[in-house]
Write a protein that binds this ligand. Structure first.
Ligand SMILES: C[S@@+](CC[C@H](N)C(=O)[O-])C[C@H]1O[C@@H](n2cnc3c(N)ncnc32)[C@H](O)[C@@H]1O
Length: 275
């Protein structure tokens, strides 16, 4: 089954076809990947074959695996995701690493954190679980994202307040924060042709595309406005797209911030840390 699934996905142009075939066949059989190999001689029933075929057909239409199996791992925990909610990306874990490091150097005590554009809640929930004393407010303009983030907070046992609304408008009325963090939409719409079909055709536009075709829209908004949202000594952390850092460095300097940029595993300046 795995071999046939792999060959099918290869023909459909799916990357990492072998891994994906294993994940989807395992999911159809109600197993994890290890059990799939431990039970290699287990007879497979007709319903299981049908279920696997359905999942593979969906994947062949380039629906993201995370939507098909309903989950994606982030920072070692399974987050529920579905259509209408951005699939958490591994590079976003860097932002959480920075939050943990900042919390460690500040020492014990309460840390008020706002996560703007929370999506699945992966950043907010992980901070609440990883950082002692964190009090996290998460906001998203999408109703689907808010429901998903609440479900993840509940399911993973994280104490996060999730609010539906516009990020800046919500923060303006929410008091002051020690950290404002965000992975905002930063893809310019005219670059959508360069996105993989999984992303372009299945993930929500509100989560992908920067307003007004300007990839810097959100980071500029944060640099211009978050002085009003941060407590004294507060820190702004924003995820950036490829090639954004050079422009953002100049902008941050002009607006009087002290800015540092953190590189992801691919060497891309991925996270702005501004004080
Ligand atoms: C790139 S996704 C990030 C999701 C999640 N934080 C993650 O890292 O996987 C951006 C999120 O911002 C939300 N968003 C877009 N415009 C917004 C606005 N004006 N106010 C609040 N959230 C917004 C989208 O709905 C989406 O969930």
């Amino acid at each position: 089954m795995v071999r046939m699934a792999r060959e099918f996905l290869e023909r459909k142009g799916v990357e990492s076809a072998r891994l994906e075939a294993e994940l989807l066949v395992a999911h159809a059989l109600g197993l994890d990947r290890l059990q799939l190999f431990l039970q290699f001689d287990r007879p497979v029933g007709g319903t299981e074959v049908d279920r696997a075929r359905d999942l593979l057909v969906r994947r062949g239409r380039r629906e993201p695996t995370a939507y098909i199996v309903g989950a994606r791992e982030f920072y070692g925990r399974p987050f529920r995701v579905g259509p209408g909610v951005l699939v958490p990306r591994p590079e976003t874990e860097l932002l959480v690493d920075r939050v943990r490091e900042i919390a460690r150097t500040r020492g014990a005590g309460e840390l008020r954190v706002a996560d703007v554009g929370t999506g699945s809640g992966c950043i907010a929930v992980t901070i609440a679980l990883e950082v002692e004393g964190a009090r996290v407010l998460a906001v998203d303009a999408s109703g689907a994202a808010v429901l998903c983030a609440r479900e993840n907070a509940l399911g993973l046992g994280a104490d996060v307040e999730v609010v539906e609304g516009d990020g800046p408008a919500t923060l303006a009325e929410a008091g002051r924060f020690d950290l404002v963090v965000s992975n905002p939409p930063y893809v310019a719409r005219e670059e959508s042709g360069a996105l993989a079909p999984e992303v372009r055709e299945h993930e929500p536009e509100l989560a992908l595309f920067a307003p007004a075709g300007d990839p810097d829209f959100w980071v500029r908004t944060f640099l211009e406005r978050s002085r009003d949202w941060l407590a004294p000594g507060g820190v702004l952390l924003v995820e950036l797209g490829l090639g954004q850092a050079a422009r953002v460095r100049a902008l941050a300097e002009r607006l009087g911030w002290t800015a540092a940029f953190h590189r992801d595993l691919a060497g891309i300046e991925r996270v702005l840390e501004a004080r």
